[in-house]
Ligand binder design. Structure first.
Ligand code: CTP
Length: 474
C-alpha cells in the first residue's frame, strides 16, 4: 500500500532525509506514533521517529548538518539514538535493532537488525507501522503485523506474544491502557490476560514514567475507560490502592452506602466534560479517598465518613510523594480542593449565612470556580428530581456568593490594616501581639462584625488592643 505524502507538510524534510540516507547507502523509514496518527487522521504529533538499517546517529548528524551546519544534535550512544529539533518538531533517529537473550542471562544484548526486527520489538501493531522514505519505494507502507486492520477494528495487539512484549518493558501495560483510553480502542483479550499476569512487574518501572502515561489517560475524553481497565487488570491496586479501597457496598441494619469507587469514576468523567485542567481532574479522582479510612456505622445515624475531607487532603500529600507528582503549587491546589469538596453542599444544608459564604470565599480564594466545577461533577444521583434540586441550590449559592463578594471583597483577601500599621499605632516592635490582632481583624470581617474597610478595622484594633493592655501611642 502506498501512502501519498505529496501534500504532507513535512514533504521537503522527508525528501531531504531520503536523499541523505541514499548517499549513505542506508535505508530509512518513518515509524511509530507519527505513522499511526497520520493513518488515523489525528492531529500530527510533534515528534517524528525515523528508523534506519545502519547507524542512526551518523544519519541524524548528516541530516542536521544539511539543514543547518550549526544545528546541535543530542546523542544517546547507549541507545544508538540521536535527535534534534527542527521547526518545532523533535526528530529522532535510531538504527534498527533486534534484541537477543543470551541463554544464561535475562539481560538483552542489543544487536543491529533489519526493519522487521525493529518493528517486532515495538509495543503495539498500530505503533509498528513504517513508511518507507527510500527512493525506490517512497511512501510505501510496511505493515507486517496487521496494524492497519487493527486501526480499522480499533484494537490494541502486540506484534509478539503479549507476555514477552510486556515483560520486555512493563511500562507498555500502562501504555496499552492509555492508548485504549485516548484512542477509544479495546485491548485484545490475550493482551489483557498478560497484563493481569504481569501487573506486579510495573514496580520495576520508574514512577515518573508511569505517571506520564497515567496523566495522558487522565486527560482523555472519558478517563473512566482507562481507570476501569487499570482496576480490572490489578494495576490500580498496585499504583493507587487508596482508590481501590473505596470499592464495595456494605450493609448494616438494612442500610447501605454508595460504592465510592464507581462514584469517583463518574465524578471524574463528569468533570472531564467541563475542564481540561489536569489537576482539577486529579482533585475529582481523589476527592473521596478519605472515605475508606473514616467509614463508620453509627447506630441511629447510619453510615458516616466524618472528617474524610480533612484526612483525604492529608492522604493526597503522601500519595503525591509516592507517585512522584509535583509537590509545590499543584499539590497544594489538589489538597485544597479535596479539603473543601463538601463545603458548598454543607453550606446549602446549613443555610447560606453571609459569614459562612465569606469563609468559603476566603478559603477557596481564586479557586472558587474550580471548586464549584468539582461540586457539580460530584452530583451523580440518577434521580432527575434530585439532580434538578441540587443544581438549583448551587445556582443560588453561586448568586449569594457573588453578592457577598461584591460587598466585602474577600476573594483575594488583603488585611485592611497591615502589621506595620498596627506596630505604628501602638509603637510596638514585631511580636506575637501583631499576629493576634491581625487574626482578630480577619475573623471579625469574616463573621461580619466589621466591614472589610480601613477605618472600621482601625477602630476595631484599638478596641481589641485594649483587652491586651495596649494603648495607642500619642
Ligand atoms: N515504543 C515501544 N515501547 C515503549 C515506548 C515506545 O515500543 N515502551 C515504540 C512505539 O513504536 C512507539 C514509539 O516507540 O510508537 C514512539 O514512542 P513514543 O514517542 O513514546 O509514543 P508514540 O507512540 O509516539 O505516542 P504518543 O506520541 O501519543 O506518546
Amino acid at each position: 500500500m502506498m501512502i501519498n505524502l505529496s501534500q504532507n507538510r513535512n514533504l521537503k524534510l522527508f525528501k531531504l532525509i531520503s536523499g541523505i540516507a541514499a548517499q549513505h547507502n542506508q535505508s530509512v523509514y518513518i515509524v511509530g506514533g507519527y505513522v499511526r496518527d497520520l493513518l488515523m487522521k489525528r492531529q500530527a504529533p510533534t515528534d517524528i521517529d525515523f528508523v534506519t538499517e545502519g547507524n542512526g546517529i551518523t544519519l541524524a548528524q548528516a541530516v542536521a548538518k544539511e539543514i543547518n551546519p550549526n544545528q546541535k544534535v543530542s546523542v544517546f550512544r547507549n541507545y544508538g539514538t540521536a535527535m534534534f529539533r527542527h521547526h518545532g518538531l523533535d526528530l529522532e533517529f535510531v538504527g534498527a535493532r533486534k534484541e537477543s537473550y543470551a541463554e544464561n542471562s535475562r539481560k538483552p544484548s542489543v544487536e543491529t537488525g533489519s526493519l522487521e526486527d525493529d518493528q517486532k520489538r515495538r509495543d503495539f501493531t498500530i505503533n509498528a507501522l513504517a513508511i518507507s522514505l527510500n527512493q525506490d519505494a517512497f511512501g510505501e507502507l510496511i505493515d507486517p503485523f496487521g496494524g492497519i486492520t487493527d486501526i480499522q477494528n480499533k484494537i490494541l495487539r502486540t506484534p509478539l506474544e503479549p507476555s514477552q512484549t510486556y515483560s520486555d518493558d512493563p511500562l507498555r501495560m500502562m501504555r496499552a491502557i492509555r492508548f485504549a483510553a485516548t484512542l477509544n480502542f479495546s485491548i485484545e483479550d490475550r493482551s489483557l490476560q498478560a497484563i493481569k499476569k504481569e501487573a506486579a512487574r510495573i514496580s520495576i518501572v520508574s514512577m515518573e514514567r508511569v505517571m506520564v502515561e497515567f496523566n495522558k489517560m487522565m486527560l482523555s475524553e472519558k478517563p473512566s475507560i482507562g481507570l476501569k481497565l487499570m482496576e480490572q487488570t490489578g494495576l490500580l491496586q498496585l499504583i493507587i490502592p487508596e482508590l481501590t479501597a473505596l470499592r464495595g457496598i456494605e450493609e448494616v441494619e438494612g442500610q447501605t452506602h454508595k460504592d465510592n469507587f464507581w462514584h469517583t469514576l463518574e465524578v471524574v468523567d463528569n468533570i472531564s466534560r467541563n475542564t481540561d485542567k489536569l489537576w482539577l481532574r486529579w482533585a475529582a479522582l481523589l476527592h473521596d479517598i478519605g472515605k475508606a479510612p473514616t467509614k463508620k456505622f453509627v447506630e441511629g445515624t447510619g453510615w458516616t465518613f466524618h472528617g474524610h475531607e480533612f484526612l483525604g487532603s492529608k492522604m493526597v500529600k503522601q500519595l503525591f510523594q509516592r507517585l512522584k507528582l509535583p509537590l509545590g503549587y499543584d499539590l497544594r491546589y489538589v489538597q485544597k480542593m479535596v479539603k473543601l469538596s463538601s463545603r458548598p453542599i454543607a453550606l446549602i444544608d446549613d443555610g447560606t449565612s453571609d459569614a459562612a459564604l465569606r469563609r468559603l470565599l476566603f478559603d477557596a480564594g481564586e479557586d472558587l470556580e474550580d471548586l464549584f466545577t468539582l461540586c457539580k461533577a460530584d452530583i451523580t444521583t440518577k434521580n432527575s428530581h434530585k439532580q434538578a434540586k441540587f443544581k438549583k441550590n448551587f445556582e443560588y449559592v453561586a448568586l449569594k456568593i457573588k453578592e457577598v463578594e461584591e460587598k466585602d471583597h474577600i476573594r483575594n483577601f488583603q488585611p485592611p490594616i497591615s502589621g506595620e500599621e498596627i506596630m505604628g499605632l501602638f509603637n510596638l516592635k514585631p511580636g506575637r501581639e501583631i499576629g493576634i490582632l491581625k487574626e482578630k481583624v480577619k475573623e471579625a470581617i469574616l463573621e461580619g462584625e466589621i466591614a472589610n474597610d480601613k477605618t472600621e478595622a482601625r477602630t476595631f484594633v484599638i478596641r481589641e488592643a485594649a483587652t491586651l493592655g495596649l494603648e495607642p501611642s500619642p
